[in-house]
Design a protein around this ligand. Structure first.
Ligand code: MN
Length: 299
């Protein structure tokens, strides 16, 4: 007996950052917290970043996760407490591993393309990795595979015989699918993985679901392939992985396992605990951690 894989449309929540940049939060939502170890997905822009100072996200901390930055347009400068200073452009990948603690800032460079458009994702680290050392790696080049009318870039994991150089700690995959005009193109999937897709640009029909930006299409487990049709240019982000086996809790920029741990991380950051380090060269203040509701209303 074969079970039909799940197919759920999950509306992302919209928010606005800084000088009017639109963000869709596709993960986590009330309906779905994880896809494999992927625990956060923000789609930002496209926006005009030419006026003012553009994007400015001051120094803030992370624990227990890896951040993945992926751009379709524009440029962002990353600084972190390891001393990294790196500009990222479309087609490149920034992978920052928080482990036991890191802090970083993100900003538009003074001279930059007018438009900014991209995605930021987080990967929950398993117990075996989450207390480890922080790390930052900029991948200037990623494997790109042509499959029919689809141009597939491998952000993380293995697919179509290629492996991303991005180091992750659990079985997962992340790909950008770029298409001008795909007609019934089939992409092989790993049936042990659960998957979800988010359109970043244009529209696409995945299996029989017509999809535009703003809605996460959860595809469940047990699929051997995904059928894709597009009319005109489209960019789809496809994420997947083995269902994450550990119970996670998220608050602000932290992924942990207990309320106490997350409360402590907020207190530590706000007290400038040494293990988060400091960001050099960012022209602006560091962010303040909002205390979680259980810590405010509790004893
Ligand atoms: Mn961050």
């Amino acid at each position: 007996m074969s079970k039909q894989p799940l197919m759920e449309r999950i509306a992302g929540s919209g928010t606005t950052l800084g000088e009017g940049m639109h963000i869709t939060r596709a993960l986590p939502t009330r309906h779905r917290r994880l896809v494999g170890a992927w625990c956060f997905l923000d789609h930002f822009g496209p926006t005009d970043a030419s006026s003012g100072r553009g994007l400015r996200v001051g120094p803030h901390p992370h624990i227990g996760l890896q951040t993945v930055t992926w751009l379709l347009e524009g440029e962002i400068v990353h600084r972190d407490s390891l001393g990294s200073l790196k500009a990222i452009r479309p087609g490149q990948l920034n992978l920052m591993t928080a482990g036991r603690g890191i802090c970083h800032s993100e900003e538009s460079p003074p001279v930059r393309p007018a438009r900014l458009h991209g995605a930021q994702l987080w990967i929950a680290q398993p117990e075996s990795a989450r207390h480890g050392e922080p790390d930052f790696v900029h991948h200037a080049k990623l494997p790109v595979v042509q499959r029919g009318q689809l141009c597939v870039t491998l952000l993380a994991g293995t697919a179509l015989g290629e492996r991303s150089p991005a180091a992750v700690a659990t079985p997962l995959v992340g790909m950008e699918l770029r298409s001008l005009d795909a007609s019934d193109t089939r992409l092989p999937l790993d049936p042990a993985f659960e998957y979800a897709a988010l359109v970043l640009q244009g529209t696409a029909t995945l299996e029989s679901e017509f999809l535009g930006p703003g809605t996460l299409l959860y595809l469940g487990q047990g699929r051997e392939s995904l059928r894709l049709n597009t009319e005109g240019p489209a960019v789809v982000l496809l994420i997947g992985g083995e269902p994450f086996a550990e119970e996670t809790l998220m608050w602000w920029n932290f992924v942990g396992r207990s309320q106490e741990e997350l409360t402590q991380a907020c207190r530590d950051w706000n007290a400038a605990a040494a293990y988060f380090g400091t960001v050099a060269g960012y022209d602006g203040g560091r962010l303040v951690a909002p205390m979680p509701p259980w810590a405010i209303h509790g004893a």
